[in-house]
Design a protein around this ligand. Structure first.
Ligand SMILES: *[C@@H]1O[C@H](CO)[C@@H](O)[C@H](O)[C@H]1NC(C)=O
Ligand SMILES: *[C@@H]1O[C@H](CO)[C@@H](O)[C@H](O)[C@H]1NC(C)=O
Ligand SMILES: *[C@@H]1O[C@H](CO)[C@@H](O)[C@H](O)[C@H]1NC(C)=O
Ligand SMILES: *[C@@H]1O[C@H](CO)[C@@H](O)[C@H](O)[C@H]1NC(C)=O
Ligand SMILES: *[C@@H]1O[C@H](CO)[C@@H](O)[C@H](O)[C@H]1NC(C)=O
Ligand SMILES: *[C@@H]1O[C@H](CO)[C@@H](O)[C@H](O)[C@H]1NC(C)=O
Ligand SMILES: *[C@@H]1O[C@H](CO)[C@@H](O)[C@H](O)[C@H]1NC(C)=O
Ligand SMILES: *[C@@H]1O[C@H](CO)[C@@H](O)[C@H](O)[C@H]1NC(C)=O
Ligand SMILES: *[C@@H]1O[C@H](CO)[C@@H](O)[C@H](O)[C@H]1NC(C)=O
Length: 749
């Protein structure tokens, strides 16, 4: 199996399959109920749901007892934390009857989706002696929950050495079935009733939280993995592997079964995580094309946010097209993926002493010294290749397929190979066993000239070189899904970028990581790429911030992460977007910037948002009372102050239909809360957007004391064209930056 390949999230096609299921058949639904309508006669919501179900059965029996039994078999889950209601299997007639039942609010179909190191903490600037790591004691006693594919508890990354014996008293979770908890892994539960209700006849699964895909082991060790020395991938990326919050505790909620995920199971997982008492949730999955009131993740995470739980979600791997992201939910933190400053190399040393370095992830042991090297064009002549078995063969990739070239090399058993190609994806090395490197066409010319002018051309090769400090880095990677959010374009998504490309993290011992000739290779660590890998980095940083500042709300943590992020790469230029030909990354690709945990520890100012603020947004988006209630569950929120201008640390100015001539004006009123000590003055500055007039009133904010709130107005005036810039508040110590993006709604649809 290729493991450097992207973990693609390709569910839209599957959802369509799901919908064309024969119409007369029963379906699984998630049903929202108004808990305040529950008659007093029922002691629990579960009993009420069963009774409601039994009253709508098609073949209602005269015996109430039989009806309850049937209802019991049709009920999948009762939900009381993530939402109020239940999931159940219903015929069309039963469904219609249920809609007329007392307390019914709304419902959605149970939908299907799929899942979306040793160096990344250092790349984020984390340091054992200063900044967020020591300030948060590495996340000690913060509980991070992952909704994912399970966990491999025996992995060294989940060893509990040195962690306190005493668990936080707010913790109610535990480890179910065969998984043994320790002081690191303090919760392990699985949710498969939704999957079984739809797929039981198709698949066999084991009722356990044990990871059968590898993904959950990887993401959870990225967020909170304990330190493991001498980690490497067959010599590559060697060093000590460690999660972002290495002393935080882990709770795993398994919802992935044979690569599939159902909404009803995700809802149940988050429902349980909330009552278990997690502080942070990491969700490297999402549902495409869902409106906020239909999206299980949106609904369940509103409840989590209401309880003070920070939620990180992945943007998806459907980039670089515009409007491709999922989890475009105002109350979560949506994470885009970027590159690290690390590459894996092999070196070709010519007999004349010249070294040419190339990309490689050759996993074998190469030992030949100074052998003849020949150029063979596009390497499609198998006979010629066969005759060069004891040589280093140089092949030129003519824009073809490097996998085909590699197959030719494998078939003919050539000693070693140099590919001249601009390909950067190393997965070819995990499916083939040739010793080889990929060199840039620039160096290809030097190499070809050397071979041409030397009748006795010879070379040596060496492998397993890990190169750090590669520039430019980070860049937003091409696969990372882009904003705007189709479900809520008024709030900029993604929010933040974190490392996602070629991340090394823990891996189950029984799952293969590569095929090397006839040998299947296993390893305790593996490379994965995707926004799935970026998301747990942000969850880990949130755990550090929560550890250092236990009173921070999810919105405060998000604001601190966003306004202190980096927009410059390690060459001091604007972070680039690989998906847009290395142009400066727009906020639609990278959100506010690349995460900087040490700076987030001390944000200076924050943009706070409470539950009612999100409801004001939903009201202004014209959601019905039923839809809003399905999300909030609570009638304590109302629509008396609808507003699309959420107090968010980013600004989105929307227009519809392009026109350079007609000018429009947008106004935003935002309130910042002062998180510093003593009196200070913040001054606003603007990174201009070409063609636009941007003003801030007032442009100075004078704070006298901690927690003081002051408001300002941001006014943008300009033509109907797209653009982006930044507004920055600075005092002597802090830089509080927010992106401003002007976008055409018509080009996002
Ligand atoms: C596994 O779980 C499913 C649903 O959670 C249940 O229906 C099934 O009986 C369980 N199987 C075993 C072997 O326990
Ligand atoms: C790591 O490897 C080095 C060198 O091989 C060895 O000396 C050291 O004991 C190893 N450390 C651990 C924790 O295995
Ligand atoms: C990785 O291995 C190389 C070669 O053995 C060695 O030079 C380097 O110091 C190692 N790096 C780390 C971080 O251990
Ligand atoms: C080429 O690489 C070898 C081995 O890494 C090194 O010993 C040698 O000095 C390098 N030569 C040049 C010219 O840099
Ligand atoms: C390379 O050598 C190491 C150490 O001798 C050995 O464990 C490993 O299996 C070898 N790799 C391959 C792919 O044969
Ligand atoms: C909501 O409805 C009002 C009144 O019909 C309309 O003016 C407004 O544009 C709608 N808002 C959105 C976001 O669709
Ligand atoms: C709406 O909620 C606010 C804040 O809770 C409250 O002050 C106000 O009276 C409510 N308005 C209505 C119409 O219920
Ligand atoms: C934008 O305008 C087009 C036609 O001019 C219309 O069809 C579309 O619904 C509008 N979109 C929004 C979001 O208002
Ligand atoms: C920007 O505002 C200034 C002052 O209000 C005005 O003179 C200028 O024409 C405006 N520029 C544009 C491009 O609208």
């Amino acid at each position: 199996m290729a493991t450097i390949t992207r973990v693609f999230l390709c569910f839209s096609s599957i959802i369509i399959l799901n919908l064309v299921h024969t119409l007369a058949q029963s379906h699984n639904y998630i049903i929202h109920m108004d808990a305040s309508a529950m008659p007093k006669a029922f002691s629990t919501q579960h009993a009420w749901h069963l009774s409601t179900l039994s009253s709508v059965l098609d073949n209602a029996d005269t015996s109430n007892h039989n009806n309850l039994n049937t209802a019991y078999s049709k009920l999948i889950y009762t939900y009381t934390n993530a939402m109020n209601g239940f999931s159940a299997n219903l015929s069309p007639k039963e469904f219609e009857a249920l809609k007329r039942s007392p307390g019914y609010v709304s419902s959605t179909l149970d939908l299907l989706t799929k899942l979306d190191t040793s160096h990344s903490p250092e790349f984020l600037g984390l340091n054992p002696n200063t900044g967020a790591w020591p300030a948060a004691k590495f996340g000690e006693d913060v509980i991070v929950g992952l909704v994912d594919s399970g966990v491999w508890p025996e992995s060294e990354s989940f060893n509990d050495e040195g962690l306190p014996d005493k668990l936080p008293s707010r913790w109610y979770g535990n480890c179910e079935s065969s998984i043994k908890c320790n002081r690191k892994l303090i919760g392990a539960r699985f949710f498969n009733k939704g999957f079984v209700a739809q797929q039981a006849q198709l698949s066999t699964i084991v009722n356990s939280t044990r990871d059968t895909e590898g993904h959950g082991t990887h993401t959870s060790s990225t967020a909170v993995g304990s330190q493991v020395d001498n980690a490497s991938f067959f010599g590559y990326a060697n060093g000590s592997a460690k999660g972002v919050a290495s002393r935080a505790r882990l709770a795993m909620y398994k919802v992935v079964w044979n690569d599939r995920i159902y909404t009803s199971d995700v809802m149940a997982a988050i429902d349980t995580a909330i009552s278990d008492g997690v502080d942070i949730l990491s969700l490297s999955l999402g549902f495409d094309d869902a409106t906020l009131s239909d999206d299980a993740v949106a609904i369940a995470t509103f409840a989590a946010m209401d309880r003070g739980i920070f939620v990180a979600t992945s943007a998806g791997n459907a980039g670089p097209g515009r409007g491709t992201l999922h989890n475009g939910i105002p109350w979560v933190t949506n994470v885009a993926a970027g590159t690290l400053d690390r590459e894996f190399h092999g070196t070709l040393t010519l007999a004349n002493g010249v070294n040419i370095s190339g990309l490689s992830m050759y996993l074998g042991n190469y030992s030949a010294h100074q052998v003849p090297i020949v150029f063979m064009g596009s390497c499609d002549d198998l006979t010629k290749l066969g005759n060069a078995r004891s040589k280093i063969v140089v092949c030129e990739d003519m824009g073809g397929n490097i996998d085909n070239l590699a197959s030719n090399i494998d078939t003919t058993n050539v000693l070693a190979t140099v590919f001249i190609s601009s390909v950067t994806d190393l997965s070819v090395f995990l499916q083939h066993s040739f010793a080889g490197i990929i060199i840039n066409p620039r160096y290809g010319e030097i190499l070809k000239a050397y071979i041409k002018s030397n009748s006795d051309a010879k070379a040596s090769m060496s492998f397993k070189i890990t190169a750090l400090g590669i520039t430019p880095a980070p860049s937003v990677d091409s696969y990372s899904s882009r904003g705007p959010s189709n479900s809520c374009p008024f709030v900029l998504k993604p929010d933040i970028t974190a490392p996602g490309t070629s991340i090394l993290a823990a891996w189950p011992q029984n799952l293969q990581v590569a095929q090397f000739g006839a040998q299947t290779l296993y390893n305790n660590f593996n490379f994965l790429t995707g926004t799935s890998m970026a998301c747990p980095h942000v969850a880990g940083v949130a755990a550090l911030l929560k550890g250092a500042h236990p009173d921070w709300s999810p919105a405060v943590i998000r604001s601190a992460i966003m306004t202190t992020s980096d927009i410059f790469d390690n060459t001091k230029k604007l972070i680039k977007d690989i998906g847009e030909g290395d142009k400066p990354a727009s906020p639609l690709a990278m959100g506010a910037g690349h995460i900087n945990p040490n700076k987030a520890l001390d944000p200076g100012l924050v943009y706070d948002v409470g539950g009612q603020d999100y409801v004001n947004l939903l009201c202004a988006m014209n959601f019905t009372q039923e839809n809003i209630k399905a999300i909030t569950r609570s009638s304590s929120y109302n629509c008396s102050k609808p507003s699309l201008d959420l107090n968010y640390p980013s600004f989105t100015a929307l227009f519809n239909g392009s026109s350079k001539e007609s000018r429009i004006t947008w106004e935003f009123v935002r309130t910042v809360t002062y998180f510093g000590e003593g009196q200070t003055i913040y001054t606003a500055s603007i990174t201009p957007i070409k063609g636009f007039n941007v003003s801030i009133i007032p442009s100075k904010l004078v704070f006298k004391e901690k927690n003081e709130k002051l408001s300002f107005k941001l006014r943008i005036e300009g033509p109907k064209i797209e653009g982006f810039g930044y507004i920055t508040w600075t005092d002597v110590k802090h830089v509080v930056r927010s992106p401003i993006v002007v976008i055409n709604q018509a080009s996002s649809q």
